[in-house]
Design a protein around this ligand. Structure first.
Ligand SMILES: C[S@@+](CC[C@H](N)C(=O)[O-])C[C@H]1O[C@@H](n2cnc3c(N)ncnc32)[C@H](O)[C@@H]1O
Length: 201
């Protein structure tokens, strides 16, 4: 059995990955990523005013997300990834890129869409709690929080399912599920603030 890491994965881990390969997860070429992005975009919907993408990497999903948001703040821990993202999205004036290390560094703004895709399992449960304490105030009452994670085996501090289970439980007093998808590869949960109806409502 793979030994799981116990500490949050540091900036150097990601910088090294990007120095070793310009697209370490194959975001541009992978069918898994493309199909997951398609499903995530359908779940997210359009008309968002001020969105936040945490862990934007080289900006492949950012490009798609930007079309559905008036303003988008896209952050990543790795400067090498952000350089590539800025180049990829250079023609998108509604996107701002910023280097931030969540949850030690958190934006002051409020958002009506927050996307955490394939990032939560690099954190620990206390990290997730710090992030969720911030989200409680940072997400507008009509806001949407979108979580997507690979559910396969890794040595990361948390599994995808642990991230989703913990978030759903820890936010039940201020967020409710509006959309869920679970397949052999990933899990997608959309949670919304009090002003948004649940699926089918
Ligand atoms: C697997 S990629 C996910 C990219 C994109 N969100 C997606 O789903 O296609 C994870 C990204 O999260 C970034 N990351 C990891 N830990 C982070 C942290 N604590 N704060 C901000 N970004 C982080 C990494 O540098 C990497 O670019």
């Amino acid at each position: 059995m793979t030994q799981r890491r116990t500490l949050r994965m540091p900036r150097e881990y990601f910088e090294d990955l990007y120095v070793g390969s310009p697209d370490p997860w194959g975001f541009v070429t992978s069918d898994y990523e493309r199909q997951k992005y398609d499903a995530t975009m359908v779940a997210i919907g359009g008309g968002h005013r001020n969105a936040l993408e945490i862990g934007c990497s080289i900006g492949v999903f950012t490009q798609r997300l930007a079309a559905n948001c008036r303003q988008l703040l896209a952050v990543d821990i790795a400067e090498t990834a952000l350089d590539a993202a800025r180049r990829r999205c250079g023609d998108l004036p509604n996107v701002e890129f910023r280097r931030m290390q969540f949850p030690d560094e958190l934006p002051d703004d409020r958002f009506d869409l927050v996307v955490l895709s394939e990032v939560g399992y690099y954190w620990t449960l206390p990290d997730l709690d710090l992030f969720l304490a911030w989200l409680r105030d940072a997400l507008t009452p009509d806001g949407v929080f979108v979580l997507v994670h690979w559910t396969g085996g890794t040595d990361y501090p948390l599994t995808g399912d642990q991230v989703h289970d913990h978030v759903v439980t820890a936010t039940h007093d201020f967020l409710h599920a509006t959309h869920k998808a679970y397949n052999d590869f990933y899990r997608l949960d959309v949670l919304a603030g009090g002003d948004r109806p649940a699926d089918g409502a």
